[in-house]
Design a protein around this ligand. Sequence first.
Ligand code: FMN
Ligand code: MN
Length: 477
Amino acid sequence: MIVAYRDLRDFITAVDRLGALRHVAGADPHHEIGGITEVAAGLPECPALLFDRIKGYAPGFRVFTNATVSPQRAALALGLDPALRPLDALKAWMVKRQTLALQPPVMVKDGPVLENSDRADQVDLGKLPAPFWHAKDGGPYIGTGSVVVMRDPDTGWINASIYRVQVHGKSKVTIQFDHQGRHGAIIAKKYWEAGKACPVAVVNGEDPALFIAGFEYLPAGASEYDFAGAIKGAPIDVFVGPATGLPLPARAEIILEGELLPSSQETLPEGPFGEFTGYYAADKRPCPVMNVTAVHHRNDPILLGSPPMKPPRFHFGLPFRAAGIWSNLEAAGVTDVVGVWQHVAQLMTVVALKQRYDGHAKRAALIAAANSYMGRVVVVVDDDVDPSNLADVMWAIATRCEPSEQIDIVQNAWSSALDPRIPPEAKALGVTSHSKVIIEACRPFAWIEKFPPTSAISQDEARAIEEKWGAVLKSGK
Ligand SMILES: Cc1cc2nc3c(=O)[nH]c(=O)nc-3n(C[C@H](O)[C@H](O)[C@H](O)COP(=O)(O)O)c2cc1C
Ligand SMILES: [Mn+2]
C-alpha cells in the first residue's frame, strides 16, 4: 500500500487525476463557500472543491473542501486502492490500522510553509479567507479541518488533534475542546496551573494523513505525528516553530503560532457553529483564547476546510470509527464479523455477522453500542446483508426483526452536549447521556434453519453479473 502524496498539494493533484476535482472561482466566503461545499457533498459523485479568487481576498489564497468526503478519496488518503468497494476499503484500513508501524517525524531546517512569515504586529488573520460556513454561525472559522499542536510539559509528548478554531480579530482565535478529556485540554491545563500560557500552533492545510491521524482516538502520550507517518509509511518533516519551539509540519500550507491563555485570564464567547449532527445544539460559550504571534504560509496557500454538514455528509467517506468498533469486536473475541459500518454521520452503527450461537448477535451489539459515540441506533444484521447499504439494512429490519422480541433499549449511554435531543433542562444539569436502541435484525437463531430462504441473488452473484453485464446495463451497448 503506497501513499502517493507528500503534502496537500500532491493529494489535490491525485484527486484531480481521479477526475474528482472542481475549481470554483469568485465564491463569497460569507455562507457561499459553505453552501457550495454542502450541496457538492450531497451529489452522488461528491466532488472535492478548490476555491480561488475568493471574494474580498487576494487571488491565490485558496480554500479546499470535501477532501475526503467520498469513500474513494478517503481510501486514497489512506494509501488504499480507491477502486475498492467501500466495505472492502474499510476492512483493509481496519487490518492496516492494527499493524501500523509508528514513524516519528524527521527534523528539517526549512520548509515551504516558511516562504512567508508575519511576526508580532504584522500578524493579520484578515488576510486569510476564513469562511462563515453556515448561516447562523457566530463568526468565521479558520480551523475546521486544522490540527492543533501542543507539547506536554512533563513528558514532551506532542499532541496534534483537530479542534475547531474561530477567528476573533487580527491576532486572536479561540480553540474549542468538546470536553475536558481532550488531550489538548489536559495539556493546556498543566501550563495554566503552573501560571503559564500554553504554547500552541494551528496547522491548516496539512497532509490528509495528519488530518486523519488528528481524528483518531490515540492513547494519551501517543503523537498523531507518528500515526500520520505510519499511515504514509514515511515520517513527516517538521521544523522548529520560531515562536513556540514546537515541531511543525514543514509542508503544511498555513501555520499560526502563539499561546493559549489561561481561562482565568481571558476567554471569548465561541460559536454557535453548525455541528456534524446537522444542528446547533450548543449556544455561544466561553472558550480559551489563542494570541497569535506568528503566521507562516506557503505562496498561494490552501486552507483545508472541513465544515460539519447535515448528515449523511461527513468529513470522511469511510466511517473510520466503525473500523475501530470492528477491531474492538475482534479483540473481544467476537468471531464471524463480516462488516461494521456507520450511517447518518456516525449516528447509526450496523454490524453484520454470521451467527454461530444463540446470543452471538446481542454480544456484538452490546460492544458496538458501548462504543457508538452519540449514536442512538445500533443494528445487527446477518452476513448476507451489506451493512454499508442502508436500503439492505432497512430490508433486514423490516423482514427479520420482530419488534416485541428483538429490540432493546440501553439507558444512560454515551452521548455528548452536542446531542440535539437531550432536553435543555437536562443539559443545564450536565446530562450528556442518552438511550440507545439495539435492533436485532437477524434471523432468530433458534429457528434459523426454518427461516424462509431469500429470493435475492447473493452479493457474490451480483458482482459476477455486474462484471459480465455491467457495461450493457449502464450504457445500453
Ligand atoms: C473536522 C473535525 C472537527 C472536529 N472538531 C472538534 C472540536 O471542535 N472539538 C473537539 O474537541 N473535537 C473535535 N473533533 C474531534 C477530535 O478531533 C477527535 O475526537 C480527536 O480524536 C481528539 O484528539 P485527542 O484525543 O488528541 O484530544 C473534530 C474532528 C474532526 C474530524
Ligand atoms: Mn491525542
